[in-house]
Design a protein around this ligand. Structure first.
Ligand code: NCD
Ligand code: ZN
Length: 483
C-alpha cells in the first residue's frame, strides 16, 4: 500500500479489464483498467499495468461510468406488488445503473428517522446496486430534519403537487420555512414542480364535464402548472440560499424560469427523462393509460427545446422517474383511475445510446448527463460519476452496436407496462460492475450480489452551505420577538 492507502500498481490487481473503449465525459480512448478493492487504480496500456487475479476481455465494447439515476421509485416498503428493492435494483443492473436515489412515497412516507431506518434495513438486505434514500420535505417531516439527516439521506423531496401516493403539498408559507431550515444544512431539495391548486381545480372541472380519455390527463396539467412551480421554487431558493433540483422537466416553457434562476446564481439543477425527449402526444392513442405520468408527456414541439437545454447546460442530467405499476393498474379504461408513471431505470441507457447512435448527442456528453452531473449535484463526485484512479469501480460495459426491441414482458422490473414496448433501440448493457463486483455478467444477473448494494449517504460531501436572509427566517424572527 502507498501512503494514501491506494494499492500500488506493483501489487496484483483484483480485476483487469482489457481491450475496451474507455468513455469519460471528456474523451474516449482505448485503455485497460485495473481495479483493486472496489476502486479504479490505474488506466493504460496493458503492458504498463499490474498483473491481475482476473482478466476480462471486452474487445468491441465501451466502458462507461455506471449511470446514477437520481429519481427512482422502488416501492418498498408498502407497494411491493409493483416493485421491491430486489427487483428494482436488478432492473437497474440490467440498465447499466450503478447508483439509484429512491423516493420517499412508500408506505409509510419517509418522514421520520424511524421510518427511514426501516427503509435502510430493507434496502441493505436486498439491493444489488448502490443507493441513496430521500426523505420527504413537508409538514410531516418539519420537526425531524436533523434526525433524518443523521440517519442518512441523499437529499429531501418536496411535492409541490399531488402525484402517486397523494403526499400533501406544503403551502408556499410552509415551503419557505422548510427551505429556511434546509439551507444551512447544504442538502439539496428535489422538487416535484407542479402547482397543486391549478391542476386539482382543472381535474375537478374535467371530471365534471365527463372527460376521461388519456389526453385529458394532459389537459389537467398544462405547462403553466410547471412554469409557475419552477418560478416559485426558484424564488424561495434564491431568498433562502437553499439548493434545489427540478425533477422531470417536461416542457419547453419551464426552461425559461430555470435558465433565469441559473443566471441569477440560484443553486438549481434540473433533470429530464427519456420520455420527455422521445415521446409526445402522438403516442397517447396507442399507449393509452400506459403513458399516463406526472408531469404528462406533452406536445411534440417540446422535444427539441428540451434537447437544446441539455446541449446548453440549462438541464443538467438525465434521470428516469422509474415509477412501476402493474399492467392492471395501468390499463384501466378511465384515465383518472390509472396509476401515474411507468418503469424506466432499465431502458434509459439503451434509449439514450440510440440517440447517441443517431448523432443527437455525443457519447461523452451522455456520460456527463447520466453519471458525472448527478454525482456532482449530490456531492458524490469524483468517488462516483467518474472514471479516475481512486473512483469507485462502478462501470457499465456496453455493446453500442447491438440492435434490439424493448419488450415489456422481458423487463426485470416487476412492472411490465411501459410506453416503450416495441421500440427499436441500439446499445445493450453486457456487464454492470459495482465497486469492482460483477452484478451483471455477460447479460446475466449475479444472484449472489443481492444485499451487496450500499447507501452512499456516508460518502456524500456537499459544498459548504450558503444560506441567505438568515436574519429574516421564521426561526430568527420568533427568537427575537419581544426582546
Ligand atoms: C411517480 C410514482 O408513481 O411514484 N409517478 C409519476 O407519475 N411520476 C411519482 C412522481 O414522481 O411524481
Ligand atoms: Zn414527481
Amino acid at each position: 500500500m502507498t501512503r494514501q492507502g491506494m494499492p500500488s500498481v506493483c501489487e496484483k490487481a483484483d480485476l483487469l479489464i482489457i481491450n475496451g473503449l474507455v468513455v469519460t465525459s471528456q474523451a474516449s480512448f482505448e485503455a485497460a483498467i485495473a481495479i483493486t478493492d472496489g476502486k479504479i487504480v490505474a488506466f493504460g496500456d496493458v503492458s504498463t499495468l499490474p498483473q491481475a487475479k482476473e482478466i476480462l476481455d471486452v474487445a468491441g465494447l465501451a466502458i462507461l461510468p455506471g449511470a446514477i439515476d437520481v429519481h427512482v421509485h422502488f416501492r418498498d416498503p408498502g407497494y411491493t406488488h409493483k416493485e421491491d428493492w430486489e427487483s428494482g435494483t436488478a432492473a437497474a443492473a440490467f440498465g447499466g445503473v450503478t447508483t439509484v436515489f429512491d423516493m420517499p412515497n412508500t408506505i409509510p412516507t419517509v418522514a421520520t428517522p424511524d421510518v427511514l431506518a426501516q427503509k435502510h434495513e430493507i434496502a441493505a438486505s436486498k439491493a444489488h446496486v448502490d443507493y441513496g434514500l430521500y426523505a420527504v420535505l413537508g409538514e410531516e417531516s418539519i420537526d425531524h430534519i436533523d434526525g433524518l439527516i443523521e440517519t442518512g439521506i441523499i437529499g429531501f423531496k418536496c411535492y409541490m403537487g399531488n402525484t402517486f401516493g397523494r403526499i400533501p403539498s406544503p403551502s408556499t408559507g410552509a415551503m419557505l420555512e422548510l427551505f429556511e431550515r434546509i439551507a444551512p444544512t447544504g442538502m439539496r431539495i428535489s422538487l416535484h414542480a407542479e402547482t397543486n391548486s391549478i391542476m386539482e381545480r382543472r381535474e375537478t372541472r374535467l371530471r365534471a364535464a365527463g372527460k376521461n380519455a388519456p389526453l385529458d390527463h394532459l389537459a389537467s396539467r398544462p405547462a403553466v402548472v410547471a412554469i409557475e412551480a419552477v418560478e416559485r421554487a426558484a424564488t424561495l431558493a434564491e431568498w433562502t440560499g437553499a439548493r434545489i433540483h427540478i425533477l422531470h422537466i417536461s416542457s419547453k416553457d419551464e426552461l425559461r424560469p430555470l435558465a433565469e434562476a441559473k443566471a441569477r446564481g440560484v443553486e438549481v439543477t434540473g433533470e429530464t427523462c427519456p420520455h420527455y425527449l422521445m415521446l409526445s402526444t402522438d403516442d397517447y392513442e396507442h399507449s393509452r393509460g400506459r403513458i399516463r405520468v406526472n408531469p404528462p408527456v406533452r406536445e411534440p414541439d417540446n422535444q427539441e427545446p428540451i434537447w437544446a437545454a441539455l446541449d446548453s447546460g440549462v438541464i443538467d442530467m438525465i434521470a428516469t422517474d422509474h415509477a412501476p405499476h402493474t399492467a392492471e393498474e395501468k390499463d384501466r379504461p378511465v384515465i383518472w383511475d390509472v396509476d401515474c408513471g411507468f418503469p424506466g431505470v432499465e431502458t434509459q441507457m439503451p434509449l439514450m445510446l440510440t440517440a447517441v447512435a443517431e448523432g443527437r448527442i455525443t457519447l461523452n456528453h451522455y456520460v456527463r448527463l447520466s453519471s458525472e452531473a448527478p454525482a456532482k449535484a449530490f456531492g458524490l463526485y469524483p468517488r462516483k460519476g467518474a472514471l479516475l484512479p481512486g473512483s469507485d469501480a462502478d462501470l457499465a460495459i456496453v455493446d453500442l452496436k447491438s440492435r434490439w426491441e424493448i419488450d415489456d414482458n422481458a423487463l426485470h422490473s416487476r412492472s411490465k407496462a411501459s410506453p416503450w414496448h416495441g421500440r427499436e433501440v441500439r446499445g445493450r448493457v453486457i456487464h454492470t460492475i459495482v465497486r469492482g463486483r460483477f452484478v451483471l455478467r455477460e447479460g446475466s444477473l449475479q444472484p449472489a450480489t443481492r444485499g451487496t448494494g450500499r447507501s452512499v449517504h456516508d460518502i456524500q460531501q456537499m459544498p459548504p452551505p450558503r444560506p441567505r436572509n438568515a436574519d429574516k427566517t421564521l426561526a430568527a424572527v420568533t427568537r427575537n420577538a419581544g426582546t
